[in-house]
Design a binder for this molecule. Structure first.
Ligand SMILES: Nc1ncnc2c1ncn2[C@@H]1O[C@H](COP(=O)(O)OP(=O)(O)OP(=O)(O)O)[C@@H](O)[C@H]1O
Length: 257
């Protein structure tokens, strides 16, 4: 499906990263990175295995601390934030992790209710039901409401995982390798869903991937992590309009085999 034009507000930066450094032992993973995520955009972070993409997500969500630099998320400096404020902030962020497993012993309905019951204690039963039905419809899986996760395909489980995140109406979505382990057709369906979520929920998203089809289909901008820094940032075509030997093989491997 063709990506619709997104409503991106470049005057509203929802994540602002400046001069961030992170090392483990003697390995400097991030060496002074700067990045902005604008309200309403899908920003793809591309990079080879081990370049620090997951570390970046963990720094943004406060699961790891920076060695230097600042990260502002929805106006909060997560490098200097109380645990309580961090927990409040995390509710405004949706995490779609590679292994965001569903609870196997619960139906799809119960899986989706879980974050609501935990975080929106004032909701009535009727409101909970309405939220569950709406979000299932948004991911195109209304018919699975009474099924168990074991009865779903990998792609369907991925969709339910995204629905479980969307049910709390996050302002920011962080997708970590959303198409990993899925067949090419299912990958395309998940890419379409990421774009639909952007349109319907007006979320701002960071999509971490090394799948160039995913990057091309979903990204309004691409930021390529190379040697610990974002050295190429722009549209897909801009990022790959180079003969840089660190970039070109990445493109060739994905598209010309
Ligand atoms: N908690 C940690 N302790 C020590 N080293 C770590 C830790 N977390 C990450 N690293 C190292 O940092 C580097 C970057 O890891 P990261 O998981 O961010 O890579 P990635 O770009 O997400 O790779 P992939 O695409 O394979 O998931 C790796 O060399 C990893 O071993």
């Amino acid at each position: 499906m063709e990506k619709q034009k997104a409503h991106i507000d470049k005057n509203n930066t929802v994540i602002k990263i400046r001069g961030v450094e992170k090392s483990f032992a003697d390995y400097d993973v991030l060496r002074g990175i700067d990045l902005d995520l604008y309200q309403g955009e899908n920003l793809v972070v591309l990079g080879r295995s081990g370049t620090g993409k997951s570390v970046l997500i963990k720094l943004i969500s406060g699961l790891l601390t920076t060695d230097a630099g600042t990260i502002e998320v929805l106006g909060n400096d997560v490098t200097h934030i109380s645990q309580r404020a961090l927990e409040d902030l995390r509710i405004r962020i949706g995490f779609s992790f590679q292994n965001s497993a569903l609870y196997d012993s619960m139906t799809v309905r119960k899986n989706l209710e879980f974050p609501l019951v935990r975080n929106r204690k004032s909701l009535t039963r009727a409101e909970i039901n309405k939220n569950v039905e709406e979000v299932l419809e948004a991911v195109g899986l209304s018919q699975t409401i009474n099924q168990m996760p074991s009865e779903l395909s990998g792609g369907q489980r991925k969709r339910i995982g995204i629905a479980r995140t969307l049910i709390l109406n996050p302002e920011i979505m962080l997708y970590d390798e959303p198409t990993a382990g899925l067949d090419p057709i299912t990958c395309i369906e998940i890419n379409d869903l990421i774009n639909e979520v952007q349109q319907r929920y007006h979320t701002s998203s960071i999509i971490i991937t090394h799948d160039l089809t995913c990057a091309k289909m979903t990204g309004d901008r691409i930021a390529m992590l190379l040697d610990g820094q974002f050295q190429r940032v722009g549209t897909f075509d801009e990022v790959f309009a180079t003969t840089d030997p660190r970039v070109k093989p990445f493109y060739d491997y994905n598209f010309i085999q």
